[in-house]
Design a binder for this molecule. Structure first.
Ligand code: MEV
Length: 315
């Protein structure tokens, strides 16, 4: 019989995510498509302590009770993981590392929460149910940015492209793999601020904003069909159209628009901002992997301090 005794230490890992279609509109019920970006990850190592929660990270080291406000989502994730997975844990020492840049729309806060949940489950020697993992990440995400759609909480632990519709996820199969370049604008963007701005605009101009949301939702559905039928050009034009929708929602910036323009000038099939916006990253669709290399060069020349290539939908 396999042992169920708690271990002496536990480890967890969770990765970055890229939203390909549906950011912001997903908060209002539109479908969304997200991709895991496994090369950027949050890792967490835990061990039991006699009492209290001690955090060791690049942003803060010390007792959870005295952690600064920006660590509140992390503290929430730790407390939620203990409560839901290992309620008898007297105390915990938690070391957090992450290669995911913060406030770049890459899901860094959700990934840290996911890695915490997995580390606590590993310490308790328990399999972590997908819904429990999702609930723990969502508790932390609510503290990080109010009313998260739940998309990020699924995407940071997903194994492949996901389609998120009405709060449920399904695996999305691409007819042909697609190669994307992600470029960091170097400027942080706050998701809670962006989501709040969109909410205020919607309250002020409901018809105009709901029209944009409907357009973003219809574009995401067309893009899903294009991905399922291997029509990369159609995926690219839906990305261009989605970027315009996000510009109209007011969440793009001159820096993000400049990177989108640079990607298109370098032959991208389509380009858009990804995630909450107001800073963060853009994603561009390349014709091929060699073309992705040229896109990375063009985006760096246009001022992106960091770029990555990601091929999604490989069998
Ligand atoms: C943030 O990564 C994605 C948003 O759509 C917010 C959310 O889905 O909760 C902007």
């Amino acid at each position: 019989m396999p042992s169920t005794a708690p271990r002496l230490t536990g480890d967890g890992r969770s990765h970055a995510k890229i939203i390909l279609f549906g950011e912001h509109a997903v908060v209002y019920g539109a479908p969304a498509v997200a991709l895991p970006m496994t090369r950027l990850a949050a890792t967490v190592h835990v061990r039991p302590e006699a009492s209290g929660i001690h955090i060791d990270s690049a942003l803060y080291s010390g007792e959870a009770e005295r952690a600064p406000d920006h660590l509140l989502p992390v503290v929430t994730a730790i407390r939620a993981a203990i409560r839901r997975i290992a309620p008898l844990t007297p105390g915990l020492w938690v070391r957090i590392g992450s290669s995911i840049p913060h406030e770049r729309g890459l899901g860094s806060s959700a990934a840290v929460a996911g890695a915490i949940a997995r580390a606590v489950a590993s310490l308790a020697n328990r399999d972590l149910d997908a819904q429990d993992c999702h609930r723990i990440i969502q508790e932390a995400e609510r503290v990080a940015h109010g009313a998260p759609s739940g998309l990020d909480a699924y995407a940071v632990v997903a194994d492949g492209p996901i389609l998120f519709r009405q709060g449920q996820i399904s695996t999305l199969t691409f007819a042909e793999p697609l190669t994307f370049v992600i470029a960091d604008s170097g400027i942080p963007g706050s998701t809670s601020e962006a989501v709040g701005d969109v909410r205020r605009r919607r309250n002020a101009e409901p018809e105009r904003i709901d029209g944009i949301m409907l357009d973003l939702a219809a574009g995401a559905e067309r893009a899903v069909t294009a991905m399922q039928t291997g029509d990369a050009r159609a995926v690219g034009s839906e990305m261009d159209r989605a970027h315009q929708g996000l510009v109209d929602l007011g969440v793009s910036t001159p820096g993000l628009n400049a990177l989108v323009d640079a990607a298109r000038a370098a032959g991208a099939l389509g380009a858009k901002l990804t995630g909450g916006g107001l800073g963060g990253c853009v994603i561009a669709l390349a014709e091929s992997e060699p073309h992705a290399e040229r896109l990375e060069t063009a985006l760096r020349h246009a001022g992106a301090p960091r770029t990555w290539t990601l091929t999604a939908g490989e069998a």
